[in-house]
Design a protein around this ligand. Structure first.
Ligand SMILES: [Mg+2]
Length: 207
């Protein structure tokens, strides 16, 4: 089986950041915004005090849990021998974001090798077999730069587009990109068809 280089965005894909970010901002300013109301990726456009919002980022990151399904997905992908590279933008408003993200990974997703963390705003310049991100712009730029397979991650701000959760992404990687698994699926389907007697059907007979 080919070992894939899988590029995984952190904020919104591994780290369930936005709910904690908005809650932290609400405590700091009294302006509470429900995450489901955020229907575009431009988070700053939803708050009155952008500076305070940015200041809350580092606190939110320290207390944000993993995105549902991400722990199991990392176990599966790393366990299958793939190289998982966390590919993340470290916001200038949080100058210690890189350190915080390394600590976050070690605490919540210890199966991920933190030496593989790549911090850049220019994700489209990083090559890999698979790219997973919750920003449609990032997905489009990465595919536009020659990337082969990308998944836009589910989020309230991706309602109008084809997006995926971790269960769907792992299944797609198994079926599309792991040839051994694809063979196994074909074998299983063939066996099921044989057991059902499909190969003995006489399609000229009326049912
Ligand atoms: Mg993100």
């Amino acid at each position: 089986m080919k070992k894939l280089n899988i590029l995984v965005d952190m904020d919104g894909v591994l780290v369930d950041l936005l709910p904690r970010w908005l809650a932290t901002y609400g405590v700091a300013t009294g302006e509470y915004i429900h995450p489901d109301l955020v229907t575009s990726y431009d988070f700053q456009s939803y708050v009155r005090d952008v500076e305070a919002f940015d200041d809350c980022l580092k606190f939110a990151l320290q207390f944000a849990p993993p995105v549902p399904g991400s722990h199991k997905a990392m176990q599966e992908l790393v366990g299958a021998g793939h190289n998982v590279y966390p590919l993340t933008y470290c916001h200038p408003a949080a100058p210690d974001a890189h350190r915080l993200k390394v600590e976050w990974l070690k605490h919540w997703l210890p199966m991920v090798d933190t030496d593989k963390l790549i911090a850049t705003r220019h994700k489209h310049l990083v090559r890999g077999d698979v790219f997973i991100d919750d920003s449609e712009e990032n997905i489009d730029k990465w595919l536009g730069a020659g990337g082969a397979r990308a998944f836009l991650f589910n989020a309230p701000y991706n309602p109008m587009h084809r997006s995926f959760d971790w269960h769907q992404i792992c299944r797609a990687i198994r079926l599309e990109l792991e040839p051994a698994s694809q063979d196994a699926v074909v074998d299983a389907l063939t066996q099921m068809a044989q057991e059902d007697g499909m190969f003995d059907w006489d399609f000229n007979n009326d049912i």
